[in-house]
Design a protein around this ligand. Structure first.
Ligand code: SF4
Ligand code: SF4
Length: 361
């Protein structure tokens, strides 16, 4: 039995995915549109892309008051904005598995159950990145739609049509501030609702076990050769691909005229300019991108005058999904040096100074 007398939702996310806004919209939905009392706050550190973000939403009957404002530790619904967050389990300040989870993942319900046997309760899952690429909507709106799916049979809502009410809220909030973005957001919301999968997991509702997630760490036995990080734009422990909404810029060095426009345009200093020669003259030359800082805005692609930068699909490049303990590690070591489906190599390591100094390109 949970201690709190409130209906509680907790969102776990990474900076850049819009969980804070999603939390605010859920709070507004409760208070302004469902006649409940509510409280919302988010917790985040440096507000940088990829840093952890949690958002806490409490609802209760309109007659009741909310008397606490501490983080939610036993949520009724836990929203996971990117599946890689599950790998960071156990979360130290969540005491029990919630009855319901909403997860942005490419996995099916069956795959989730197999890969995360400690999950329990009912899981609603949605492939937010693929839907985002189709609808151009951000992940937070797609997750909001899937949240509505998870909420619709909750006693607190007493048979209210949450999808209809939620659509009205989006029309009034997004429509007023950003009318041009209304259609895209509405599409994302509807797709998040309609395309969500649901799976009731076999394991019983249980306390979170204390086993560590060490099996996910790399060591001498399973690290790729040379200790490189072959994940394009992500860390070994942090999959940031969702914040790029499925797209990434790709660089063709042979077309580059080293004009520096991409560097001036990029808000995150992704481009690596070093001393070199171009057309026989010594100058700073563009050595490519450090994807760890890239948020996928694609302004660099728009500005490049010679198409040395083009749009690529992140899914076609090495992704953390490959780095699970079951995978063939030899194949994995080979893969990072191979070209992806679009012919580009995006492994970080080929750009590092050490490798360049050693004469390895
Ligand atoms: S804008 Fe294009 S041509 Fe200019 S430095 Fe960047 S990649 Fe090279
Ligand atoms: S997409 Fe281009 S401009 Fe945007 S952050 Fe990435 S490298 Fe910089």
């Amino acid at each position: 039995m949970k201690d709190s007398p409130y209906f509680e939702i907790r969102l776990e996310s990474l900076g850049g995915l819009g969980a804070n806004l999603c939390g605010k919209m859920l709070g507004e939905l409760g208070v302004k549109y469902l006649g409940l009392n509510g409280a919302v706050f988010s917790s985040y550190g440096s507000e940088k892309r990829g840093s952890p973000v949690s958002s806490f939403i409490r609802w209760c009957d309109g007659e009741q008051e909310i008397l606490i404002n501490s983080p939610i530790r036993e949520p009724d619904i836990l929203g996971i904005f990117q599946e890689s967050i599950l790998k960071k389990y156990p979360w130290p300040d969540i005491r029990k598995m919630p009855g319901k989870m909403v997860i942005n993942t490419r996995m099916s319900g069956e795959e989730l159950e197999k890969n995360y046997p400690w999950l329990s309760g009912t899981v609603y899952f949605i492939d937010g990145i693929s839907i985002g690429m189709q609808t151009k909507s951000r992940i937070n709106m797609i997750m909001l739609g899937t949240m509505f799916k998870a909420l619709e049979d909750e006693e607190l809502l007493r048979g209210q049509n949450i999808l209809e009410i939620g659509q009205k809220m989006v029309e009034e909030t997004v429509g007023k501030k950003y009318p041009d973005l209304l259609e895209v957001n509405r599409d994302g919301l509807m797709a998040g609702y309609a395309m969500a999968g649901k799976r009731v997991l076999k394991s019983e509702h249980q306390a979170i076990p204390t086993e560590s997630h060490e099996k996910w760490l790399w060591g001498y036995a399973n690290a790729p050769i040379g200790g490189v990080n072959p994940l394009a734009g992500s860390m070994a422990s942090n999959d940031l691909s969702a914040s790029r909404n499925g797209y990434m810029p790709l660089f063709d060095e042979t077309k580059c005229i080293h004009c520096g426009l991409c560097d001036t345009t990029c808000p995150d200093m992704v481009f690596q300019f070093k001393k070199g020669t171009y057309k026989g003259k010594e100058q700073m030359v563009n050595r490519g991108l450090d994807y760890h800082y890239c948020k996928g805005c694609l302004r660099c692609v728009t500005i490049c005058p010679v198409n040395a930068l083009v749009v690529g699909k992140e899914a076609e490049h090495p992704s953390p999904e490959w780095f699970t303990p079951d995978k063939d590690l030899v194949a994995l070591n080979i893969h990072w040096t191979e070209k992806a489906a679009d012919g580009y190599i995006t492994g970080e390591s080929y750009l590092t100074e050490g490798r360049e100094e050693a004469g390895v390109k």
